[in-house]
Design a protein around this ligand. Structure first.
Ligand code: MN
Length: 149
């Protein structure tokens, strides 16, 4: 394991592959999202630190799960749904996603949105909304206008 990994261009690191956001794109609706694992389980911390980048106009999957996310925005501006609220986010804002809480990130139309996301290595699979979940979410006009599902 290298002690130092250099950033060679903005938001790309030596030897860190640029991955698809989700292994199976058919499994979840998202657009223009890449994933880089900055710290995997090699350090045996029990957590992974990932860098996600959502292209301008893109969005992550609307999902929830038992595990939590600790997020720091590091590039661009955008908005995120956490639970029943849509928030504007900008660099160095911190976003906590509690267990079993609907969440989705959207970039602005003009620039990518990049964020660091800390998760447990041992974590459950995300759950997508079913028709009943979507109906409950869309009861709030602000959420209805925001979500992509
Ligand atoms: Mn998630």
């Amino acid at each position: 394991m290298n002690s130092i990994v250099r950033q060679r261009e903005p938001f790309r690191w030596d030897g860190v592959p640029l991955l698809a956001y989700k292994a199976d794109p058919a499994e979840a609706r998202f657009e223009g999202v890449t994933r880089q694992v900055l710290f995997g389980d090699a350090l045996e911390l029990g957590v992974e630190l990932r860098y996600f980048e959502v292209a301008a106009g893109g969005h992550t999957t609307l999902e929830q799960h038992e595990h939590v996310h600790a997020v720091m925005i590091v590039r661009g501006v955008g908005r995120c749904l956490v639970g029943d609220k849509v928030h504007e986010v900008a660099p160095h804002d911190l976003v906590s996603v509690p267990p079993h809480t609907w969440h989705q990130f959207r970039a602005s139309d003009h620039e990518p949105l990049g964020f660091l996301c800390l998760v447990r290595c041992d974590r459950d699979r995300p759950r997508r909304p079913d028709a009943g979940d979507l109906e409950r979410l869309r009861a709030d006009p602000a959420i209805a206008a925001f979500i992509r599902a």
